[in-house]
Ligand binder design. Structure first.
Ligand code: HEC
Length: 407
């Protein structure tokens, strides 16, 4: 009895303190809603990571599933809101009497168990079909690319493209953070990691797939539209996870071949052609050789297979810098690739990319200002004599590299 009285007291107290929303407050909410709409509208302009502008058949399938889900959710949302509004208006309190208290309604409960089950079934059937359709099938692949998720960048190996065309046993073409593929080729990506779990995701080309230590996951797609597509790591992997971006460049087959040729040709810098039969790199680059390679020069000594993971070939400790000058950005998206930023990368490495595994040799005194200048000048020469191979136009809704680096 005592309990009932106190509950009643609480209810009347609540009644007494109930206020109608002041008109000023309503205006505030309207302004806030307008702001949200405007901000969201602003997002529409640049969507490098858009999931709703598919550019491959596989991304189209995913878009189709998304549309089913979207429209089904919209119908449910409208129906529920309509129910709420109807209930509020129809059953609003009209006198001080308590409404009739009811306990359960079997018909309603059966209905709201069956309806969601039917909705889930409708979503499940096409989803399951597409998951099976998308399973990688090695026999269909035109060629294979091995992707290594590093902390925090991507190493890309083309195991079927040897560095020396006359020697199939020579090292495979290897690059970083930019995956070039020929238009119309059915490409099989072998995804692996030597550290933590990452996720390989190019929203406009395919769904995301985990990149795991000790296991190889396979992703496959054919990109028919020439363009540059943005990708990123979609699984939290540590301090610099947000700066583990990459690009997929879909180029016409002839341009792909030109890029392979350019990668095979030694860079046009020769410190001392009299004394060496290989192209030498500047002496200041010596400290960098522990982790970086430049093909066609004496800087190909960085160890491969660095790491403690069971995956036998886990690539190099740092990105291969052959054709570095032709990449759009450095540090997996953290800086646009230009002279000033290359200097910043060498002098402020850990400040521009906190957590980075490249030591800051400038801070510890191993590199002088003069040596930094020399290295920046050298890094900018890492391109073919005739200039960099052409880049495709930005694909889909992709934004400029500057915009992406600033995002
Ligand atoms: C201990 C290994 C190590 C050493 C030594 C090292 N680096 Fe690095 N470097 C890395 C790693 C790891 C990255 C990738 C960092 C990231 O994006 O998270 C990197 C990235 C770079 C990049 C950007 C490449 C790209 O594609 O984004 C440049 C340029 C570079 N290093 C130049 C140098 C130079 C010049 C030196 C010598 C002064 C040097 N590095 C020494 C490990 C090293």
């Amino acid at each position: 009895m005592g309990r009932q009285t106190s509950a009643h007291d609480l209810a009347s107290e609540h009644q007494a303190t109930r206020r109608r929303p002041a008109p000023g407050r309503l205006g505030g909410w309207a302004a806030l809603s307008l702001l949200v709409v405007l901000v969201l509208a602003g997002c529409v302009e640049q969507q490098p990571y858009s999931t709703i502008s598919p550019q491959t058949a596989k991304a189209d399938d995913i878009q189709w599933l998304y549309q089913i889900l979207f429209w089904a959710s919209l119908v449910v949302f409208v129906a529920v809101q309509a129910g709420i509004v109807y209930t509020i208006l129809r059953f609003r309190r009209s006198s001080a009497n308590r409404p009739e208290q009811v306990h359960g309604n079997t018909r309603l409960e059966i209905a709201w168990t069956i309806i969601p089950a039917v909705i889930l079934l409708v979503l499940f059937i096409p989803t399951a079909r597409i998951i099976f359709d998308h399973a990688a099938a090695e026999e269909n692949a035109d060629f294979v690319i091995d992707i290594y998720g590093k902390q925090w960048w991507w190493e890309i190996h083309y195991p079927e493209i040897p560095a020396n065309p006359d020697d199939p046993e020579s090292l495979a073409l290897v690059t970083a953070n930019e995956v070039r593929i020929p238009q119309g080729a059915n490409v099989l990506f072998n995804l692996q990691s030597n550290n933590v779990i990452h996720s390989f995701w190019v929203p406009q080309l395919s769904g995301k797939l985990d990149v795991m230590p000790g296991r190889q996951n396979q992703l496959q797609f054919t990109a028919d539209t020439v363009g540059e597509y943005f990708g990123e790591c979609a699984e939290f992997c540590g301090a610099a996870h947000a700066w583990m971006r990459f690009k997929v460049l879909v180029v016409p087959p002839a341009e792909f071949d030109a890029w392979v040729e350019a990668w095979r040709a030694p860079p046009p810098v020769d410190a001392d052609p009299e004394t060496a039969d290989v192209v030498e790199v500047p002496a200041a680059f010596g400290v960098c050789l522990a982790c970086h390679q430049v093909n066609g020069t004496n800087a190909v000594i960085a160890p491969q297979g660095f790491g403690t993971n069971p995956v036998p070939d886990t690539g190099n400790p740092g990105p291969n810098l052959t054709l570095l000058a032709c990449r759009d950005f450095i540090g997996a998206g953290v800086l646009v690739n230009n002279e000033e930023n290359l200097r910043t990368w060498l002098t402020d490495t850990d400040r521009v990319k906190p957590g980075v595994y490249m030591p800051n040799y400038y801070d510890d005194g191993s590199l002088s200002d003069g040596q930094v200048d020399e290295l920046v000048a050298y890094l900018q020469t890492l391109q073919p004599e005739g200039g960099c191979p052409p880049r495709p136009p930005l694909g889909g809704d992709a934004a400029t590299p500057e915009a992406v680096a600033q995002n």
